[in-house]
Design a protein around this ligand. Structure first.
Ligand code: DX5
Ligand code: ZN
Length: 221
């Protein structure tokens, strides 16, 4: 199966929101990735529930929520989560991780656990039955435009092997952070399935989003 494309909406030019979403639809984006930050788990703020709700009016693509917040279980209900959306919560931030994932499943969405570059893949071991994906951060979360942490490439292949050995081939691996053309191709070879596209690939000043998104889709095909 071809790799999936999940454009990072914190990187879009907000003054060209609607035309950018149309371009992403034409390019066949599989998800729209929304980074939600609380100023505690990561030292930044980004997109809030009202803004994301507005985008739902414009877009027909499922959403890919990435909660970079402490205690995501307390915030899920504030957001418009619909069947078919992907919802990632950080392993490091959720005390009752299994319950949170179960709640996401009850909403009809696809539960996923996100882990930071320094968090071992074994930290998702006990929730493999509860998830559809693991989101591997390939930079430290919080900011666009950072450089890839090289060891995370090995982590992708290690996780892919680990899942296969345990009979969890159905679990997708999502990669987030400095997914450039070059890195995307290496990540694909290592076993990644969903690619968060930001400033490293499709969101570049004065360049055509549709053409760049199509190019990225070819790289991850
Ligand atoms: C954080 C974000 C960033 C970013 C991706 O979770 O999803 O990783 O927007 O885009 P880059 O790293 O290419 O700027
Ligand atoms: Zn993200």
């Amino acid at each position: 199966m071809a790799g999936k494309l999940s454009p990072s909406m914190m990187c879009v030019n907000y003054l060209q929101l609607e035309t950018s979403i149309r371009a992403l639809e034409r390019a066949g984006a599989d998800y729209l990735h929304f980074d939600i930050m609380d100023g505690h788990f990561v030292p930044n703020f980004t997109l809030g529930p009202d803004f994301i709700r507005c985008i739902r009016e414009l877009a027909s693509i499922p959403f890919d929520y990435h909660f970079m917040v402490e205690r995501p279980e307390n915030l899920l209900s504030v957001f418009d989560i619909r069947p078919g959306d992907m919802v990632s919560v950080h392993q490091e931030a959720s005390v009752h991780l299994q319950r949170t994932l179960q709640r996401i499943r009850e909403l009809g969405a696809r539960p996923s656990v996100a882990i930071n570059p320094g968090t071992p893949i074994l930290s998702v071991e006990e929730v493999l039955d509860d998830i559809d994906a693991v989101l591997l951060m390939t930079v430290n979360p919080g900011f666009a435009g950072q450089k890839l942490i090289p060891s995370t490439l090995r982590k992708i292949s290690a996780l892919r092997r680990h899942l296969a050995d345990r009979g969890y081939d159905r679990i997708e691996i999502e990669v987030d952070g400095n997914v450039s053309w070059e890195h995307a191709s290496a990540m694909r070879r290592a076993g990644a399935d969903i690619f968060v596209a930001g400033t490293s690939s499709i969101f570049r000043k004065d360049e055509d989003i549709e053409a760049l998104a199509n190019r990225l889709r070819e790289v991850i095909a």
